[in-house]
Design a protein around this ligand. Structure first.
Ligand code: SF4
Ligand code: SF4
Length: 374
């Protein structure tokens, strides 16, 4: 797999078609990656039912123009995702998300179909941590996958970009189960790398035209970054994003997990435009982390509030909808008298509640010894 990443400056979505054409040409053209008669699954980030301006989901323009580009070489295109746990993984839940994100219309304009098949099959990942996992059948049956992530911060994994986007191939609420089983961000990230290693997308094209900073993946602020990033290796694309944002790649848990498995971040070569983003804001949850190993597990309950950020419910914003309680892998949230309450002793700091709350009612309170890694 090639470790070159093509960076094309793209300041707004009006210029995305030309930027995409330029990037694909630099890689040798769409015909290098796809052949006539193939069926390709396009995997944008459809975290939830958000409008494109919120910068939570992959912009519909990228979905439309990538679908057009690969249909031109005689490929059948299916667009799909299993959204975050805040969206029911049902036909109607998917329909709402496709409509609100603009991705449904974009796929239609490009002559691509939308996936409504919620069935899944077991895949033999053979990863360093995860041997088998259930993944969407529509993706497993396709001849290949094209990864179309969004560049965002993430309160649990620091960044969500190319590697994390493929976690959306895990069906519906099964995602919550991984948070419950793999509470440590390092192990969780290794699972993400294992899934990406199995999927091996033909191509990854990262929407970093407008990304998200702060408390992403849904509660942060849109942040213009001004680039499309294209590459064959999703790990390499994430390393390239770090260079643009001024982040040490090895601070990102998924890149660190990939590096432990032999991936060399220093071997990534950026080609094309020079793009830099100054003062990119990281999530408030991000800090020096907690001690690992047996000792760490022993002392963690005593020092957790000091070392880690915790979620807090704003009673003035909370509507009592219960979405966060359904998403919580530890059953730490109850809704009483129309307001959510979090049991701090049960909370594992996965921040799924903050991710799924569309009211912005879950805030992050930093620990007083938390510090910053960058
Ligand atoms: S915190 Fe958000 S998701 Fe949870 S019940 Fe309140 S409004 Fe709903
Ligand atoms: S309360 Fe929120 S952060 Fe804590 S375990 Fe539940 S979903 Fe995760």
């Amino acid at each position: 797999m090639r470790h070159e990443v093509v960076v094309v400056r793209c300041e707004d979505y009006g210029h995305l078609p030309e930027a995409l054409t330029e990037g694909l040409a630099e890689l040798g053209g769409a015909g290098r990656f796809f052949g006539p008669g193939e069926r390709i699954f396009l995997k944008p980030n459809i975290l939830g039912s958000h409008s494109p301006e919120e910068a939570v989901t992959t912009h519909p323009s990228l979905v439309e123009h990538m679908a057009r580009a690969i249909r031109e070489v005689g490929v059948e295109v299916v667009v799909g995702d299993s959204p975050g746990v805040g969206v029911p993984f049902t036909r109607s839940g998917l329909a709402r998300a496709y409509t609100k994100t603009g991705i449904g219309e974009a796929a239609g304009r490009a002559g691509a179909s939308l996936n409504y098949d919620t069935s899944y099959g077991e895949a033999s990942l053979g990863g360093r941590l995860v041997g088998r996992a259930n993944l969407l059948r529509a993706a497993l049956r396709a001849d290949g996958v094209v990864n179309l992530p969004k560049a965002k911060t993430h309160t649990f994994t620091l960044l969500t970009a190319s590697i994390k986007n493929l976690f959306g191939l895990v069906p519906g609420m099964e995602k919550t189960g991984y948070h419950a089983k793999l509470k440590d961000v390092g192990r969780f990230s290794q699972m993400l790398v294992d899934i990406a290693g199995f999927v091996r997308p033909r191509l990854t094209i990262l929407d970093a035209v407008v990304g998200m900073e702060g408390n992403g993946p849904s509660g942060g602020r849109p942040r213009p970054i001004g680039a499309l990033l294209l590459g064959e290796d999703p790990n390499a694309v994430d390393v390239a994003l770090c260079h643009i944002l001024g982040l040490d790649p090895l601070v990102v848990p998924t890149i660190r997990a990939a590096a432990e498995g032999g991936f060399d971040p220093d071997g990534v070569k950026l080609i094309g435009d020079e793009v830099r983003t100054e003062g990119f804001i990281l999530p408030e949850s991000w800090g020096r982390g907690v001690p690992g190993g047996f000792l760490g597990r022993l002392v963690l309950p005593l020092v957790r509030d000091a070392l880690t950020a915790r979620p807090l419910v704003d009673p003035y914003k909370c509507t009592g909808c219960g979405t966060c309680a359904r998403a919580c892998p530890e059953g730490a949230i109850s809704v009483t008298s129309g307001r959510a309450e979090i049991d701090r002793k049960l909370c594992i700091r996965c921040y799924c509640c903050q991710e799924v709350c569309t009211e912005g009612a879950v805030r992050i309170r930093k620990g007083w010894l938390q510090g910053r890694t960058t």
